[in-house]
Design a protein around this ligand. Structure first.
Ligand code: ADP
Ligand code: MG
Length: 441
């Protein structure tokens, strides 16, 4: 058969097709298979007797060359059927310097041989290959190193049914450009594969983290339940002793018991907050909605807190009126209790706290404002997050708390159809504002 004259435009197009195939194929192995077939098809037009193309890839960790793709040709099929060792198991160790692929990698240049066995030793028995070569009619094997960014990635092996001297100069230059294109394409594909692999790893790690997070939540909720009963017993007995006028205890013991009492109270509050949070996060918290006057509720909460603010000589003003909202009263009590308690905690002696109401776009806005320490702009992000505390940290006077109140309040308000926000200036006080739906009438 007379070789068709070389057409550089066609070669250029072929190279472009190789690049495209690799870039468009997400699966790396699939991409390499396509590469060898494209090369073969593209080479077909010069009728130059290219029978089998094999792509091997360097495994730098194992120090081996692995065959990862073979052309879809008749002789290739015959070889695959007859080979005593499965194609994927034809692994060439890098110490086998008699193998032409190893030499091509080491010396970064192409090798040509009349013997197919030289590309298969030591994985496949030399004698078997020598015998089989005649059946296939292979006369020449060319081994090219695939090089990208000066690194050898693997080899391309061309097996031809013609002698080496019949390969024209032009043909060599086509092969050179093909192999160059495969280098670039393979490099891209490998990069893409490693990115994909990392993405998969990150995904798996995330899944595991999520599982652990759920497990932790479950544990916390279980532990909280178990803690609540004994803590309540401690608290109740201590309270009983403290309230017993006839109790025969010294002043020193009384002070210690008072500390035990408030510590147990704090612990119970922490446990309760935790339980509420796990309930609300898992979506199992029930909301018993009714219509009630929130200003009246604020008055009740103020009375509940009277011990605390009178100790600090603070004034707490509630704007009383007919401010009927539609929500779960007990949960809103919790929100008010936390916001007003915070206002008292973070406001110095003699300060003022105000609770006021205003209607805004079908919602009623409640504002708890104080003349306290305020919040710096850079600390705003720490509010409303679990265990988020700004004050009572290092270098600050200790303020009791868990850092769960605002987080829980925000979730309660949002589940009730409202929203929360805060306005504050350091040293000038804060305003915590939340909205709730009006009652229907
Ligand atoms: N009215 C306020 N003025 C200044 N800082 C506040 C106020 N309310 C809350 N904060 C800040 O937000 C943090 C979180 O509040 P919260 O979730 O209720 O937790 P806790 O009251 O247990 O500390 C507080 O520790 C405090 O630093
Ligand atoms: Mg609080």
């Amino acid at each position: 058969m007379q070789p068709t004259p070389l057409d550089f435009k066609k070669v250029f197009e072929s190279i472009w097709r190789i690049e495209k195939a690799v870039l468009e194929t997400v699966d790396f192995n699939e991409a390499t298979k396509q590469v060898v077939n494209i090369i073969l098809t593209e080479l077909g037009y010069i009728n130059a007797g290219y029978e089998i193309i094999v792509l091997t890839l360097l495994d730098e960790q194992q120090k081996t060359l692995k065959r990862i793709a073979i052309s879809n040709t008749k002789p290739a099929e015959e070889f695959l059927r007859a080979t005593p060792i499965p194609f994927a198991d034809i692994i060439i160790p890098l110490w086998a310097t008699q193998n032409l692929s190893v030499r091509a990698i080491n010396e970064k240049k192409r090798f040509v041989s009349e013997n197919v066995s030289e590309v298969l030793v030591p994985a496949v028995d030399r004698e078997w290959v020598d015998n089989f070569q005649a059946t296939l009619g292979i006369k020449t094997s060319i081994v090219y190193p695939i090089i990208a960014k000066e690194r050898a990635l693997g080899t391309l092996i061309f097996s031809l049914s013609k002698e080496e001297y019949k390969i024209t100069e032009e043909e060599w230059s086509i092969l050179d450009s093909f192999v160059g294109a495969v280098g670039i394409a393979l490099d891209n594909a490998l990069l893409f594969k490693s990115v994909n692999d990392s993405a998969e790893k990150v995904k798996q790690a995330n899944q595991r983290l999520e599982e652990l997070d759920n497990l932790k939540d479950e544990f916390l909720s279980l532990a909280s339940h178990e803690l609540r009963t004994p803590m309540t017993i401690v608290k109740d007995y201590v309270s009983e002793i403290l309230n017993d006028k006839d109790a025969n205890i010294t002043e020193d013991t009384r002070q210690k018991l008072e500390k035990v009492y408030s510590a147990s109270q704090r612990l119970i509050a922490l446990v309760n907050d935790n339980l509420d949070i796990s309930k609300i996060e898992s979506g199992s918290m029930e909301f018993n909605v009714s219509d009630f006057d929130i200003s009246q509720l604020a008055v009740e909460v103020r009375d509940e807190l009277s011990d605390k603010y009178s100790k600090k000589h603070q004034t707490v003003e509630v704007q009383v009126g007919n401010y009927n909202v539609h929500a779960d009263k007990d949960k809103i009590r919790q929100v008010l209790l936390n916001l007003m308690d915070n206002a008292i905690k973070f406001t110095p002696d003699n300060g003022t706290i105000e609770v006021s109401f205003v209607s805004k776009d079908k919602l009623l806005e409640t504002t708890v404002s104080d003349s306290g320490v305020g919040i710096k702009p850079e600390d705003m992000g720490k509010l409303f997050v679990k265990f988020g505390r700004i004050h009572g940290e290092e270098g600050m006077p200790p303020v009791p708390g868990t850092g769960l109140g605002l987080y829980l309040s925000k979730m309660i308000i949002e589940k009730s159809g409202g929203s929360v926000k805060v306005e504050s200036e350091a040293g000038k006080g804060s305003k915590f504002i939340f909205s709730l739906p009006f009652s229907p009438q």
